[in-house]
Unconditional design. Structure first.
Length: 91
């Protein structure tokens, strides 16, 4: 396997810290991207989800990964469905 054949792996979570995502991303030879904004303010949840969704899509578009490990952000599913041919999901 050449370096060109190794998939680019990105793990993404809407959290400031995620040991699980760090471990999974590292085990797959990838990087963990944690995105947070106004966490803890429940009354701002609709705005928070919108902003985090845009930031997630922008970051995934910039990194252009082959594999995305998503810890909850629904915008990652939108990215995968739109820009890739494969999606494996579990609720």
């Amino acid at each position: 396997m050449t370096i060109k054949d190794i998939p680019r792996v990105v793990g993404i979570a809407w959290a400031e810290h995620s040991n699980r995502l760090d471990a999974i991303s590292q085990a797959l030879g990838g990087r963990a991207e944690k995105i947070s904004w106004l966490s803890g303010k429940k009354y701002l949840a609709p705005m928070r989800y919108f902003v985090l969704g845009i930031r997630s899509l922008w970051r995934l578009g910039r990194l252009s990964p082959d594999v995305v490990v998503a810890q909850n952000p629904p915008s990652s599913v939108l990215y995968l469905h739109t820009f890739t041919q494969r999606f494996i999901g579990k609720n």
